[in-house]
Design a protein around this ligand. Structure first.
Ligand code: WTA
Length: 641
């Protein structure tokens, strides 16, 4: 695999310009981990210094950093920049779905808006430790709401705006949120009335903990408002003071919960705490994107996912960044939208998902070349493996061969990037997240938990040591935390990904080793989708697997058996798609549904997904060992398609 050295004219503005520089950082961090993390933690303003740097004990699945340190995340993302004379600096450039509308919010304005809303929350009875759900699209109020929670010590739980009302209900109930912040309608591309408030209305009665719904008026459509429960954003802050002193939080006080899919049907509430998470998000945002004071930064993720939390809210804002936040979609009003925004706002650092690159690449270069992209300095990707064609397109056509590509590997659970090239230091190879960041110690283990020392041999990717941004627990279910991450390879954090190390020591992620799919960079559990399909009428059983999809990376392929006497039909297919949309959301809809008379199972009733995967990918010449199948005749019917 060809290696690309750091582009000749790239000059790190934060001063990391050689591989030796990286190697010495990595060595120091490994030799004296506490001093390393202590020096990193000083980038954050603490009200009180910590007493111990790292109190983690992996053998007990106990993770604790910067013990007894006191701080506030919102203070670090706003107030301290104002104290440093940056009050008039633009924090957010909101680019609306409509290309002609954008709004700038300075750090001074952000402080005022966050404080007003924080006082509104207090007036509504929200206290430190209470959970608040945020179900919104990409509008400034979403970020203001998150920071207002952080300011008063409430724990936010952001639910991605495309999730259905059922999915919203389950998440509100799991963490017993008292208050929900949403908007009347979402506006994205050609959709001007995504029913956010209506979705909330459908389930509010089934959420016993929920007392208040705050609604931003985005579309200004007439909405149903329930007396005593619903209130508009403006009414909610009316009469509130625009000053709200930040709550003093312990380093280990929860900052947020974010639900993510695992291998069972029930999503996990990944819980992050304040000190370690903020230190890690801030540090990695600067290091990986070479973020410098004057840069204009743009991450195209949604705040509904961890990338939005760490690399739109807490990382960039704690670094006093100026950033674009984007409400729209890459193909509206046309396929040049991303590049038009890069030109308009002179973006220096751009961070997106490979799936977006694949979708845009196929539309041709004319959408790109008509814009001036010369401001770009660093290009990043996240969420799924980037393949060679889109990597080269990104490097050559978007970056004009002068921008390092940072392929960042990380997870909701890790809080921030663990593996990525550092742009001025590490030569890249298309498709590899290259090397661990300093202080991160990955290893590849075999089935027995032994370290694989041979190169180019795939095994399970684990981390042998903690880092400050690591999740602390699964909300309300610490046993699930232990079982999922610390039981397969005791003494290590088990990532759920497969990987190998090549001859240069570079890491290559081979994908999930559990039943989790990665569709357009979105994490979706097969069990969740199977459960949703099973709820459609006439369905007896479903098995869902991922298959290679040109744009989405992985597409969802569903094998479905119907109840006796029910014949397959287009109506049933439609009903299945509608049911999945209702129970999870449109992003979890299968791309292919194949009806079959039976599923391949072992005698103990376990579905042999390996066989289904081969069938879905048309690799049917060799189905592997099928001797353990309870009923081998199902294979013939599956092959009939
Ligand atoms: C996958 C997203 C290859 C991986 C930040 C991981 C990647 C899962 C990469 C986490 C990458 C993420 N290369 N695969 N650069 N980044 N993944 O929790 O399988 O939504 O376990 O976090 O995405 O997805 P999550």
């Amino acid at each position: 695999m060809k290696k690309y050295s750091v582009p000749k004219n790239f000059n790190s503005s934060i001063g990391h310009n050689s591989l030796d520089n990286y190697q010495s950082l990595r060595k120091n961090a490994e030799q004296d981990s506490n001093s390393y993390w202590e020096s990193v933690a000083k980038r954050i303003d603490w009200f009180d210094q910590w007493t111990t740097v790292n109190n983690t004990d992996y053998s007990k699945a106990h993770i604790e950093w910067f013990s007894n340190g006191k701080l506030n995340a919102s203070y670090n993302c706003i107030d301290r920049h104002i104290e440093n004379g940056l009050g008039e600096k633009t924090a957010l450039i909101w680019q609306s779905n409509d290309p002609t509308t954008s709004t700038n919010v300075s750090y001074n304005e952000l402080l005022k808006k966050v404080s007003l809303f924080a006082n509104g929350l207090k007036r509504a009875g929200i206290k430190k430790g209470d959970r608040v759900c945020i179900y919104m699209q990409m509008i400034p109020e979403a970020i203001i709401a998150m920071l207002a929670c952080a300011r008063i010590g409430a724990v936010h739980s952001v639910v991605f705006g495309a999730f259905s009302s059922d999915a919203l209900k389950n998440r509100i109930n799991d963490s017993e949120c008292k208050l929900l912040i949403t908007q009347d309608n979402g506006v994205r591309g050609l959709k001007f009335d995504i029913p956010m408030k209506e979705n909330a209305d459908k389930i509010a009665d089934k959420c016993p903990s929920l007392k208040t719904i705050v609604m931003v008026e985005r579309s200004e459509n007439d909405m149903f408002m329930k007396e005593g429960r619903d209130i508009t954003w403006n009414q909610f802050i009316d009469g509130c003071s625009s000053e709200c002193p930040p709550e003093v939080m312990d380093a280990e006080d929860p900052l947020f919960i974010l639900y993510t899919s695992g291998s069972t049907g029930k999503p996990k509430g990944v819980m992050h705490t304040t000190g370690g998470y903020l230190v890690y998000a801030s540090h990695t945002h600067e290091l990986v994107f070479d973020y410098h004071q004057d840069d204009v930064y743009w991450c195209t993720a949604d705040i509904g996912w961890i990338t939005g939390h760490s690399y739109i809210v807490y990382g960039p804002l704690s670094n006093a960044a100026t950033q674009v936040i984007f409400e729209g979609v890459p193909n509206y009003p046309d396929f040049g939208r991303f590049w038009q925004i890069v030109e308009q706002h002179k973006i220096n650092v751009f961070y997106t998902a490979p799936t977006a690159l694949r979708a845009l690449m196929k539309e041709g270069d004319d959408w790109v070349t008509k814009y001036d992209l010369s401001s770009l300095k660093v290009l990043g990707t996240v969420g799924e493996p980037i393949k060679s064609p889109e990597w080269h397109w990104y490097f050559n056509v978007i970056g004009n061969e002068k921008c390092p590509i940072v392929d960042t590997w990380w997870q909701t659970e890790t809080g921030g990037i663990l593996m990525s090239p550092i742009p001025g230091c590490i030569p890249t190879k298309p498709g590899s997240a290259t090397l661990p960041l300093p202080g991160i110690i990955p290893e590849i283990l075999d089935e027995e938990g032994k370290v694989i020392t041979e190169r180019n041999t795939t095994g399970y990717l684990v981390m042998t040591q903690s880092w400050p941004g690591q999740m602390r627990t699964v909300y309300g279910d610490h046993q699930r935390f232990i079982d999922t991450y610390f039981s397969q390879a005791p003494g290590n954090y088990f990532t759920g990904d497969g990987a190998y190390i090549d001859d240069d020591g570079y890491f290559w992620i081979t994908g999930r080793v559990d039943d989790v799919l990665n569709v357009s960079g979105h994490r979706i559990g097969t069990a969740e989708v199977e459960g949703a399909i099973g709820a459609a009428s006439g369905v007896a059983e479903a098995a869902v697997i991922g298959y290679n999809h040109e744009i989405k990376g992985e597409g969802i392929y569903a094998f479905v058996t119907l109840m006796t006497g029910v014949a397959s039909s287009e109506e049933i297919k439609k009903d299945i798609l509608d049911t999945v949309t209702k129970i999870i959301g449109p992003h979890a809809k299968p791309s292919v549904i194949q009806f079959c008379s039976g599923l391949p199972k072992t005698r103990s009733g376990k579905i042999m997904r390996r066989i289904l995967k081969k069938i879905a990918q048309n690799e049917t010449e060799d189905l592997g060992d099928i001797s353990t199948l309870a009923d081998p005749s199902v294979i013939d019917s599956l092959l009939e398609k």
